[in-house]
Ligand binder design. Sequence first.
Ligand code: AMP
Length: 249
Amino acid sequence: MKILVPVKRVLDYNVKPRVKADGTGVDLANVKMSMNPFDEIGVEEAIRLKEKGVATEVIAVSVGPAKAQETLRTALAMGADRAILVQTDDAVEPLALAKIFKAIADAEQPGLVILGKQAIDDDNNQTGQMLAALTGWAQGTFASAVNVEGDSVNVTREVDGGLETVKLKLPAIVTTDLRLNEPRYASLPNIMKAKSKPLDTKTPADYGVDTAPRVKVVKVSEPPVRSAGVKVADVDELVAKLKALGVHS
Ligand code: AMP
């Protein structure tokens, strides 16, 4: 069984985003970019399934600029077997992404597609669900456990107030939640080995997908600045201040 793992290149989660002065978006010039953390979890899960003998091949795919090759090389260094870069300089919306992944799924016939539950830059939380709709495959979103048994997969989902386990017929779509696993770091030898693993470059047109946006970003702005806090000397002063604010126990 093949596993397809979409991985997005995003602003590193440790970097504080700076909004461009003209309010058109986040400034990505000269900032550290990394693999979307939920996608690292997806790569890790796919590799673990390969190590267990459940999967035979792990294919990482990224839609983005030429630099997204670095993200794919990270996936290869973690243990993916080959990669596909669908090169485009413009941001691609979830529906067009899902159409691209559907075309790749048609060509590769994976048993599982493991996506992140969301990309941390746009927080869309849409692509996996749209891919499930386009393929007609079952979906297990927000997965905290994934167990393949024969021709189905049990996915434990993090839902409000607890865990829900669903059984999906393969092929299926899974989206990862934070507690699914702890992704490994790529070792230096594996980083070196990844340089010679196959990486195909395609364009959305190769898959017959029009990526023209349907949504216009009207404005991007910084969150409101929090006002500075006040240090109090002792509990009495704190209680006095709370009383003055009208806070009572
Ligand atoms: P989103 O719907 O944008 O929140 O993204 C959900 C998931 O779709 C991500 O965690 C990735 O697995 C996948 N995805 C989104 N954008 C891309 C992209 N440009 N390239 C590869 N995978 C992507």
